[in-house]
Design a protein around this ligand. Sequence first.
Ligand SMILES: *Cc1c(COP(=O)(O)O)cnc(C)c1O
Length: 358
Amino acid sequence: MINVTKSFLPPFEEYQDKIKGIWDNTWLTNNGPLVRELEDKLKDYLGVKNLLYVTNGTIALQIAIKALELKGEIITTPFSYCATTTSILWENTKPVFVDIEPETYNIDANLIEAAITDKTSAIMATHVYGRPCNVEKIEAIARKHNLKVIYDGAHCFGATYQGKSVLSFGDVATCSFHATKVFHTIEGGCVICKDDELLKTLAHYRSFGHKNDDYFMIGINAKNSEFHAAMGLCNLPKVADIIEKRKIVSEKYDELLDWNKLGRPKQDIEGFVYNYAYYPVRLESEQKLLEVTEALRKEDIVPRRYFYPSLNQLPYLDFYNPCPVSEKISAAALSLPLYYDLAIKDVERISHIINKTL
Ligand SMILES: *Cc1c(COP(=O)(O)O)cnc(C)c1O
């Protein structure tokens, strides 16, 4: 079977080597030496000052909302993975969906101001597929209206904008290191922030809200283990090669797919270097998407509907913010298989099936 993604695994002996020390010091979790080493290496790699390694990218969003003390309404994107919305709901804040740009599929910064009310506390947007939001405009709006900015950067590892990691924008940025992402630690994620005080607060939230006998707030357990950090330490030196291999696969799709019948998000964003996190295409209609999916499934090839449904249409919401652009794109967007060792002959086969079906 060819799945939309396949987790990278380092050579077994490398992982074995990394975890040997755990048997010597019996330090399995709670801010152990491997977790701290990974945090330092991630800060170096991403060029950011403050970073905390956590158990996953969803809890990263949740503790960000807590630490920024967000209340009321949070302006957000309807085109993302459901965790972007559910983390807002989980923290008893209200998502207010603002439609996306048809070119980038990111939140349309020109529509944000009209959605601001006296209850708005923040903007939480996703850099979808790793492509940066209009960070300049969003920052200007946030400053003018005194709002916080959180970026869900789950797709951004290794992507840069204006020479900096895409994760370096916003009051807080989060990333996911889930097994399906470009860089992974099996499960895992991080929170990144500029403010040193905020980092301390986030660290307390990560660790039950207390330090020794001092109890500060209602925290949660978002600490990750030495075993997860060890996987990260094995995978981090391989990221450049993983991205390079994904680039080769992506460029083969670029060359072979019939662009008269397919759309896709804008490729060239000035100052942006892609990490090849996804290979999204946009079909003419949902009907066409279903036909292509069926044709691929017959050959045991499994693309995924990233991202469907449009989050403003999640069935458990008790309100509806119309987002016609997101709803339309979401119905017709399909991510094709893309991973480091996907064979070129398989890219040819997949492209052929799609072109023939169209
Ligand atoms: C993967 C993903 C998440 C969730 O990350 P986990 O580490 O699986 O919790 C959140 N947001 C987006 C946009 C994602 O793609």
